[in-house]
Each structure stands twice: as C-alpha cells, then as structure tokens.
Design a protein around this ligand. Structure first.
Ligand code: PMP
Length: 351
C-alpha cells in the first residue's frame, strides 16, 4: 500500500485475469476463448480501417455497429449500447442502475467481476446460494433487492436457465433492473433478447469475445429498452466518449454480418463440447450439463488441484478455482478437436 493511494484504491479487491502465458507450448483451455480465428471479413475490415481512419476519433455513438446489431436482433438502434468489452458495460451498469444503500442480488458462485464492481462502486450485495447441483434457485430471486445480476448460462458452472425462469424473475422484481449477462448464450441457450419489448426492467449484455472469436478486439453490447440505454450513455459520456476504437467498430460490424461463419464455428464448438462431455463421463468425471464453450468437471477421487497441476505439466492449461464449494472442480474451455483429443489423452493417463 502506498500513502498516495486514495481510500477507494486501498479498499478495492481487483479482479485477477486468467493467465495469458507468452510461452506458445500451452494448449490454452483456461479463459474461454474461441479456438477458431475471427471471420476473414473481420480481418479485412480492420485492415481497411487501419489504412484509412486512424487519424480521426472513432464515431462516439457507434452508429453503424448499433444499426447492424439492431437489425440482427430486430430491435431499434436506440435499444443498443456498445462498450469496450462487456466488462466495461457491466461496470457502467453497476453505476447506472444500482444504488449504494440497496443491496443487489448475485449468485454465490458466478462471474467474479460482479463482486469487484460492487466493492469499487460501494454497492452492497446479498448472495443467492446455488442449489447442491449448482443450479440457480428461483425462490431466492424474490427477496427484496436493489437489482439483480447473473449470467445465463452461469459461469463457471455452465448451467442455463430457460426464458420462463427469467420472466419469473422479471415479473417479481418489476421496479428493479435485472441484468442478464449472456456472454455464453450463443452456445446453445435461448437469448432473453426477445423479452426486451415486454419488460422495461430487463438489460441483456452480450460480447463478441466468445462466440465471435474476438476476445482481443474488446467489443460488448447491451440490449434493452431505450430508457436503460440512455442511462448507460450518460455514464459512458461521463467517463470516456471513445471507449470503442475505430478498428473495433469496423471489425465488429463484419463479425455480426458473417452469419455463415458464426454458425459454422459455433456449431463446431457445441459438437466438440458434447463429445468431450461424454468422453469425460465415460472415464469417471462428473460433468455439469453445459450450454457454454466450457465444461465444469470434478472427479470423485482425484483432487481438482492435482489434476490441474498434472495437466499443466503436460502443457494443458485449464482453470482451477480455490473457492469454497467449487474447489474440487475444473473449468475446461472447449478448444478445437485436435486440442481436445490431446486433453482427453492426457487426462485419461491422470485418472
Ligand atoms: N461475463 C462473463 C460471465 C464472462 O465470463 C466474461 C468473460 N470473462 C465477461 C462477461 C466479459 O467478457 P468481455 O469483457 O470479454 O466481453
């Protein structure tokens, strides 16, 4: 700690990003990136934008990208907000929709950034304790709250709830904002985007980092009724009008437009995930049913930490959570078939 730090700097508990090793020897199954490259159209658009546009500031209202996303989801441009990755939009949402004196609800096992933002913005939270099978308990979403945020599918469990569940939460919390973080929705879940016109308290947040292979470009978007989007705009324009750079804006448009490539790569990941899940079960693993690009697994006899270390010795990097209730689980991102075949071969030798 430094004497120059503010009280906030002293108090916060920053997020620790997953390992990004420089050494190329690793098969990287630790941060839920997409194993396939982005669409070629994306690369071309970024190259063109780099040649032409960098001396100017980017469009501060991201008009063309918002139009493209609005078209894709049959919404209005005014219902779309663009951010520098969905993490940034999550941060803006905490400031924009939650108040310090009203505790919000978040699942006890979930994306760890939510607690980080709560601490940073001084927003209290109550934890919703997951069921024994790590599913979300609907009844606990009805205790008084100042807003709710959870991922669907949840991370790191991979579990998904259907739209009826989301509607029940929205109906019972009508005067509070319910944020559904759909970072992984494209891997088999049904998006709550179609509920937006019906529920004025719903904000859906998605990202191009996972299903569109663009973790490095940093583009996320939020979808909701206009009054929520203008709230986010107010926050953004009070922090940094140009949070999404020109290359990101041009690349993201093509990523949304290249539907064929999106469907092809997303299908491959779903197929590989389903195959790998079956193979892991057949060698004794407990595999939580996943609708994401990762699987959450445990073994009845071998400690997750030991498996993590032994995989790492064989150059396979997965994620281990040293956290109560899930310290016997590993989260394994779905790579391409060759990577997953190697992973299965190594893990077979461990168990
Ligand atoms: N939400 C969840 C549940 C995530 O797992 C992640 C990725 N770690 C994010 C949001 C953030 O994604 P990004 O900032 O890359 O859009």
């Amino acid at each position: 700690m430094s004497k120059y730090w503010s009280d906030i700097t002293k108090k916060i508990d920053p997020y620790i990003p997953g390992e990004q090793p420089k050494d190329k020897k690793y098969i990287k199954l630790n941060t839920n990136e997409n194993p396939y490259p982005p669409s070629e159209q994306v690369i071309k658009a970024i190259q063109n934008a780099a040649n032409e546009n960098l001396k100017l500031y980017p469009d501060p209202t991201s008009e063309r990208l918002r139009d493209t996303i609005a078209d894709y989801y049959s919404l209005k441009k005014e219902q779309v907000f663009i951010g520098n990755g969905s993490d940034e939009i999550l941060a803006f949402s905490f400031i924009g929709f939650f108040n310090p004196n009203e505790p919000i609800l978040i699942p006890d096992i979930t994306y760890s950034f939510y607690k980080v933002y709560s601490n940073l913005f001084n927003i209290k939270y109550n934890l919703i304790s997951l069921n024994n099978d790590l599913s979300l308990p609907i009844d606990k979403f009805f205790i008084p709250n100042g807003g709710i945020i959870f991922p669907n599918p949840n991370a790191p469990t991979g579990r998904y709830v259907p739209l009826e569940f989301i509607e029940e939460v929205l109906n019972k919390n009508k005067d509070k904002v319910v944020i559904v973080d759909e970072a992984y929705i494209d891997f088999g879940g049904e998006s709550s985007v179609k509920l937006i016109d019906k529920y004025e308290n719903l904000l859906v947040i998605q990202t191009l980092s996972k299903s569109r292979s663009l973790a490095g470009l940093r583009v996320g978007f939020a979808l909701g009724q206009e009054h929520l989007i203008t709230g986010l705009d107010r926050i953004k324009n009070s922090v940094n009008s140009y949070t999404t750079d020109t290359l990101a804006l041009f690349g993201a448009i093509e990523a949304i437009k290249d539907e064929e490539y999106f469907q092809e790569t997303r299908r491959k990941i779903i197929d590989t995930r389903n195959r790998v899940s079956e193979e892991l079960k057949s060698i004794g693993f407990n595999v939580i049913d996943s609708k994401t690009n990762f699987v959450f697994i445990s073994h009845p006899y071998i400690k997750a930490e030991d498996i993590f270390n032994r995989l790492k010795e064989k150059n396979v990097l997965v994620r281990y959570f040293n956290q109560p209730r899930i310290d016997n689980f590993l989260r394994v991102s779905i790579g391409n078939d060759e990577e997953m075949n190697y992973f299965i071969k190594v893990i077979e030798d461990i168990v």
